[in-house]
Design a protein around this ligand. Structure first.
Ligand SMILES: [Zn+2]
Length: 67
């Protein structure tokens, strides 16, 4: 089985809400996560010498219904 969540294009850090960047909301639909959240990947960005890698999460809403 392929992991649909991992293959979706992640938004940029500038597009994330505070909750999304904090891992509290779905990275794709902004719904606050309750249970069944799965890792959606890591947004890799850097600002000069500063690494801004941010782990983001998806809920069942966008993770193909798999918990
Ligand atoms: Zn979602």
């Amino acid at each position: 089985m392929t992991d649909m969540a991992a293959e979706r294009q992640l938004p940029t850090l500038a597009e994330l809400t505070w909750d999304q960047a904090a891992g509290r909301a779905c990275v794709w639909c902004k719904k606050l996560l309750d249970r069944g959240a799965v890792p959606a990947g890591v947004i890799r960005e850097r600002d000069g010498a500063h690494v801004l890698d941010t782990e983001v999460w998806a809920g069942p809403c966008c993770a193909g219904g798999r918990a």
